[in-house]
Design a binder for this molecule. Structure first.
Ligand SMILES: [Zn+2]
Ligand SMILES: [Zn+2]
Length: 258
């Protein structure tokens, strides 16, 4: 059995066949999907994500303001998320963080909103899902200053950073989740990073609908394909795929307390 620890299945990409892809995932051995609601907090996207988790036994929910949407975050957004995370089946606050690759929101706004959401998640006693791109130093510095001494930390999702970032994230008590990127031909460096991550810190995800793993490149990504991420990590760590499925699922359940 496998768990897709990070997917986006509440959006328009899956409006035509959402129930089928959830069934297809079950048939492929995916017991659980963590669906991550993103978007402008005032758009209704988070309510939509929470409702999906309440409709399906295999779907849990995370909500938070993505760095792309940091410019939409305000007091009302924070109050809304604080209320919604109390709903049934919401496991985490995220994804939150910094994205200095796309810079869809100004960097100073991203930093301020990242700090605010870390504090809010801590108040709500929820782990966080971290998105970081081209902002490694800033991300670690902020986590160090905001999360010193907390017990429940979070996940670095869709990890594609350096060995140094992975090490520092692990030292800070975080989990490391790999997506289909780790299966890509040119990802030798990332596979070398994955080899160094202790087995009890590993998670797997699709981040669908994007980042489709090999051998499904070119198709829309979906939770069933998380098996390919497990296969790749199993090869890297020299265990069989069932064992990788079992241990990443155990890690997920232990970490998110389900
Ligand atoms: Zn992300
Ligand atoms: Zn994501």
């Amino acid at each position: 059995m496998f768990i897709d620890s990070h997917a986006h299945i509440d959006g328009p990409e899956f409006d035509g066949d959402r129930d089928e892809i959830i069934e297809r995932a079950k048939a492929a051995g995916i017991s659980t999907i963590l669906n991550v609601g993103t978007g402008d907090p005032h758009s209704g996207a988070f309510e939509r994500a929470v409702a999906l988790g309440q409709k399906h036994d295999s779907v849990y929910t995370a909500i938070g303001t993505h760095p792309h949407d940091a410019r939409h975050y305000d007091d009302n957004a924070e109050e809304k998320i604080k209320t919604l995370v109390k709903s049934d089946r919401v496991l985490a606050w995220g994804e939150i963080g910094l994205d200095f690759h796309y810079d869809n929101s100004p960097r100073d706004v991203q930093v301020a909103v990242f700090r605010r959401q870390l504090r809010a998640a801590r108040e709500c006693d929820l782990p966080v899902v971290i998105h970081t791109r081209e902002a490694e130093t800033e991300t670690i510095e902020i986590l160090k200053s905001e999360y010193d001494g907390t017990e429940r930390r979070g996940v670095f999702h869709c990890f594609s950073g350096s060995k140094d970032l992975a090490q520092r994230a692990i030292e800070l008590g975080f989990m490391i989740s790999f997506s289909g990127i780790v299966t890509f031909k040119k990802a030798d460096e990332l596979r070398a990073v994955a080899r160094e991550v202790p087995l009890d810190r590993l998670l797997i995800e699709t981040d669908c609908p994007y980042l489709t793993p090999i051998p499904y490149r070119g198709k829309r990504n979906e939770p069933a394909y998380v098996v390919e991420v497990a296969r790749c990590l199993a090869g890297i760590h020299g265990v069989d795929i069932e064992e990788m499925g079992r241990l990443t699922s155990d890690n997920f359940r232990r970490f998110f307390k389900i």
